[in-house]
Write a protein that binds this ligand. Structure first.
Ligand SMILES: Cc1cc2nc3c(=O)[nH]c(=O)nc-3n(C[C@H](O)[C@H](O)[C@H](O)COP(=O)(O)OP(=O)(O)OC[C@H]3O[C@@H](n4cnc5c(N)ncnc54)[C@H](O)[C@@H]3O)c2cc1C
Length: 408
């Protein structure tokens, strides 16, 4: 088992520097344009595919890094480049993780490569769980999947919302209710293959930030998928549902929810994205504060500015430490007894929002314009306290874990 260390090994440093170079030379110069266009930056994804950053191999290598630091290090660098473009590059990973977490080996081998496509014909994938009336409250999900035994097909109906890459993806991973009585334990995940009749894109959202990342509704109207598209397979699902019914009959004994453990392991990834955006804004602010003069001296000569920068950097470093701790815990199988994954996401996302706002203030009028990148970074940072569980939900999870009480 890997010891926790703050020293990246030589291989990790090499990957970090390579990603930093891509972020600086390819992502950053394109950031303002794609933010304005509010479109998926296909040429940048293609470029990332060419050099091997947009690929299953690259993510698998980082994902299985025994120290756990591969993914947070990679995400920090890409999001340091630009959050919207970086999300377009890594959004497919969210769907891939959905298959990795629940799929059989055969499903993993069949579908994940299709999610990325080829270098000459790149594809993206989407993970569709949220619904108009089921955001934080996943148990309120309404999208249904009904098994048609005669045809060995599942029939999906419902409306998903906020899906990153929704509608423009080849492969969609859709979470649906298969047993209404069981609440969130009656959900299952399905692959919806490319060009499945009955799946269509609903409205595409015009957003406040991460505008280079496509976010849309996904509508399912009698979308039929083959039986083998149920992630994990029918036998495993039937066993799981039977166990859940037995437990419910026996008085609803609380069981450790596997989905919660998965979230604890995945939330630090969003924390790492937030650290990348915060670090980018801090660096712009530090540079500006040392070069901009007022009253005959650089503005950083004022404690009011210098102390803000000191706090910003301290909070960014603290956020990274929480993210790395939780990522190491996930990789080494340590139990999240204090919801350390949620802690890291909560602190890093709130830090990104605060630090990017301070950066605007330090740049004065320039910070408020699109001539400088901190205004975009501040808009982008607002997403981190919302997706993959809002800050309020992180606090609920942490408080419940610490107290064992059903805090509402
Ligand atoms: C840009 C973007 C991309 C996204 N990508 C995806 C994706 O790819 N796939 C996907 O499935 N989803 C995705 N989401 C959805 C995202 O995960 C949800 O927006 C998020 O879970 C919050 O749900 P909601 O928007 O319905 O807010 P709500 O749940 O309606 O929350 C509204 C407010 O109420 C608060 N609140 C709710 N319940 C409680 C409570 N019990 N206690 C205290 N406060 C509470 C929340 O914290 C929030 O402040 C994305 C969202 C966005 C904006």
């Amino acid at each position: 088992m890997a010891e926790f260390t703050l020293e990246l090994n030589d291989d990790q440093k090499q990957v970090r520097d390579w990603l930093n170079g891509f972020a600086k030379d390819v992502i950053r110069p394109a950031a303002a344009e794609w933010d304005e266009r509010e479109e998926t930056p296909w040429p940048v994804i293609q470029e990332a595919a060419k050099v091997g950053i947009y690929s299953l191999d690259f993510y698998a290598q980082q994902f299985f890094d025994p120290t756990g630091l591969g993914i947070p290090m990679a995400l920090e660098e890409l999001f340091w480049g630009d959050a919207g473009i970086a999300l377009s590059i890594v959004g497919t990973g969210l769907a891939a993780v959905g298959v990795l977490a629940n799929g059989t080996e055969e499903q993993i081998g069949t579908w994940i490569p299709q999610m990325y496509g080829d270098v000459d014909d790149v594809k993206v994938a989407a993970f569709c769980s949220s619904e108009p009336d089921a955001g934080s409250d996943v148990g309120a999900m309404r999208t249904r999947a009904v098994y048609d035994e005669a045809k060995d097909e599942w029939v999906l109906n419902g409306t998903k919302t906020w899906a990153t890459n929704g509608g423009i993806a080849g492969v969609h991973v859709v979470v649906a209710v298969v047993d209404q009585e069981l609440g969130s334990k009656g959900h299952a995940s399905f692959i919806v293959p490319p060009q499945t009749p009955g799946l269509s894109q609903g409205q595409k959202f015009k957003k406040h930030g991460i505008r280079a990342s496509h976010t849309a509704e996904v509508v399912l109207e009698d979308a039929r998928v083959p039986g083998h598209c149920l992630l994990g397979g029918k036998e495993k699902l039937d066993e799981r549902l039977a166990r859940a019914h037995e437990r419910a009959k026996a008085g609803g004994e609380r069981v450790k929810n596997a989905a919660m453990a998965t979230f604890e392991a995945s939330r630090p990834a969003v924390g790492a994205m937030a650290v990348g955006t915060a670090r980018a804004a801090y660096e712009v602010a530090l540079d500006y504060a040392t070069t901009r003069s007022q009253f005959g001296r650089p503005i950083i000569d004022n404690q009011g500015i210098a102390f803000q920068l000191a706090d910003m950097r301290t909070q960014i470093d603290a956020a990274r430490l929480l993210v790395w701790r939780a990522s190491w815990m996930a990789a080494t199988g340590k139990p999240f007894t204090s919801a350390e994954g949620s802690m890291s996401k909560l602190y890093a996302s709130e830090t990104a929002k605060k630090v990017t706002a301070q950066a605007i203030q330090i740049l004065g009028g320039n910070g408020f314009t699109r001539e400088y990148p901190v205004e975009r970074m501040h808009r982008d940072a607002a997403i981190y306290t919302i997706f993959e569980g809002t800050s309020e939900i992180q606090r609920l999870v942490i408080a419940r874990t610490l107290s064992g009480m059903p805090i509402r």
